[in-house]
Design a protein around this ligand. Structure first.
Ligand code: FES
Length: 122
C-alpha cells in the first residue's frame, strides 16, 4: 500500500466456509488469499510463498518442532503453522513470519468478522 493510502474493506467468505485444519482459498480481485481459523480467530495470508512463489496456503496446517535441550522431539503449536507444499518451509499463520528466517515474511491482511461474514483490509 502507498503510504497515506487507506485500505479497502473486502468481503472474503462466511465463517462456516473456513475449515478447521486447512485454509479456505478465496479470490478478491487478482489476489488469491488463504483464510485460516486458529482457535477462535481468523487470519488471512496471500497464497504466494515468499521463498519461490509456491501456493503457500494450500500446504498443510500443522505444528512444528519446538526447541529442546535434549535430543527429544517436542511437537508444538499445532494448528498455528502452515507448511509450504513446495519446499516445506513453515510460516506462522498469525504473523506470516517464516520460522526458519524471521526476516522472511508472507503477506498477511487484517481480518474483521462481522456476524458470520469475514472481511479483509486490502
Ligand atoms: S516455494 Fe514455498 S518453501 Fe519454497
Amino acid at each position: 500500500m502507498v503510504p497515506g493510502a487507506s485500505a479497502s474493506k473486502s468481503f472474503a467468505c462466511k465463517i462456516d466456509d473456513v475449515p478447521t485444519g486447512a485454509a479456505r482459498i478465496v479470490s478478491i480481485g487478482r489476489l488469491r488469499i488463504g483464510i485460516f481459523r486458529v482457535g477462535a480467530e481468523y487470519m488471512a495470508m496471500l497464497n504466494i510463498c515468499p521463498h519461490r512463489g509456491g501456493k503457500l496456503c494450500e500446504g498443510p496446517v500443522c505444528g512444528t518442532t519446538a526447541y529442546s535441550k535434549t535430543a527429544e522431539f517436542i511437537y508444538d503449536r499445532a494448528g498455528e503453522i502452515v507448511r509450504c507444499a513446495w519446499h516445506g518451509w513453515e510460516f506462522d499463520i498469525r504473523s506470516g513470519k517464516c520460522l526458519a528466517d524471521d526476516k522472511l515474511k508472507a503477506r498477511t491482511f487484517p481480518v474483521h468478522v462481522e456476524g458470520n461474514d469475514i472481511y479483509l483490509d486490502l
